[in-house]
Design a binder for this molecule. Sequence first.
Ligand code: TEU
Ligand code: CA
Length: 558
Amino acid sequence: MKKQWWKEKVVYQIYPKSFKDSNGDGIGDLKGILEKLPYLKNLGIDMVWLSPVYQSPFIDQGYDISDYYKISEVFGTMEDFDTLLAEAKKLGIGIVMDLVINHCSSEHEWFQKALKDPYGEYAGYFYFEKGKDGNPPSNYRSYFGGSAWEKVPGTDLYYLHMFAKEQPDLNWENPKVKKELFDMINWWLDKGIAGFRIDAIINIKKDVNFPSYEPDGPDGMCACTAMVERVDGIGELLGELKRETFAKRDTFTVGEVFNLKEGALEEFVGENGYFSSMFDFAPHMLTEGQNGWYDTREVTFLEWKKTIIQSQMECQGKAFLSNIIENHDEPRGASRYLPEYAQNPDGIKMLGCVSVLLRGIPFIYQGQEIGMTNCQMDSIEDYDDIDTYHQYREAREAGLSDKEALEACYRFSRDNARTPMQWDAGENAGFTKGTPWLRVNENYRMVNVADQEKDPGSVLHFYRKLIALRKSEEWKNVFVYGEFLPLFEEDESLFAYARTDGEKKAVILANFGKEEMTVKFSENLGKVLLANMYRPQQINAREVVLEPCEVLVCQVCE
Ligand code: TEU
Ligand code: CA
């Protein structure tokens, strides 16, 4: 595949509220991020994706934007942003902004104007629709529970919100809306940002007839994704979006795409796709049950591994996916994908290694590089996430006790990944001098950056070596552009694959099992490139014994 600058990058996701607080108000901010740039540089990071830092009432933690041209005062000023951008650039780090354009905040001036004049120009920026026989226009359930339609006060109209009612959906059929959004995107690109992570983008195309569908739950509603999955024509919108903005420069874009239609991969992220890349959510979707967090499915190691392999094979030679083990919406990978006996530094390194060396762009979520884990809360009041409240309520309504519902939240709450970054063993994990907006995970005394800096055997040091290997002159071509070859696919505890550029070849072997295992090859295992347990520099054999939780990356020769 064509060599492109962004294919060689390693990206770090920052959740600004929880990264580093510089002024003691308990909330992370831009100056805090600025302070930690050298840390990111040291880790080997090339691009930083900032979850939203725009002006927002924070109903959905900034994914409800009330002014796309302003920085939230919680995070600082536009001057702080410009400084961050410039300083990052000096270190060779690009800034990727979060682009939330399916919806805005109900406090955005467009929506406020629409409410004042529900039949006027600004109502046309949204979907203001007549109800049917005293009911909403259709039976869609929003992502955060309840109807996706909310009454426009003083009228018989409803407005559409696929997410919270404070997040009205923007009308992409209206050319004025598109123009406003494209201008805004270009304004940010003019500043010199590296690109965008594009939020919930699959939702922008609506079937404007808003047909009701077969209910999929006792509430008589159906998930609003029923419409998203059936409607055609998103391609025209995304093509236009690209043409009017990203294509004019060499912008990096990564789409948050769920519910992609079969066969649409290349159209979306092929060589001439709408986006540079999109996240591979396939392994994360596996746990999804019918009714939310309280009835998720058990997923076996084999199923999880095969799903990743399948994604890898599907995009081979066609596209570059972005690989994650966690993000701000997902539980911590260390708590989710490792069996209990592997939830230790060795296991965490193993998981990181198999993820970062996959074909595609590695995204590392803040705290992943030190092995942060899910956080147990004592009560639902300890949480600060709209989706967690909704999932907790659902669980209680389904008859679960408070304890059981909290257990489900402990496994799947979005706040698991949103607890403050653990910088040191001091008060509040060194995140803030004030009171943190969300509880710090108790394990910060054991799991924190400062201690790991001092320990060459730590998860943090391993991640540095891992990223350095991927980017090294010697191996870059293999790990970035090389082919992905699955190995021992049916094995129930070994995760193994090879990467090769036709000249050099490396294998990644990871023992997710409880017992040691012997792995036999037809080729010779040579130079050890990376290991999480003791290994000599060369193996020089056709077989190797792996301890439980051991990962080994080594060169193979004929
Ligand atoms: O998430 C979009 C999304 O599709 C949701 O289903 C998401 O997976 C959610 O976590 C369900 O539990 C994006 C953002 O990543 C998320 O943080 C926002 O809340 C959402 O869009 C609305 O902007
Ligand atoms: Ca602050």
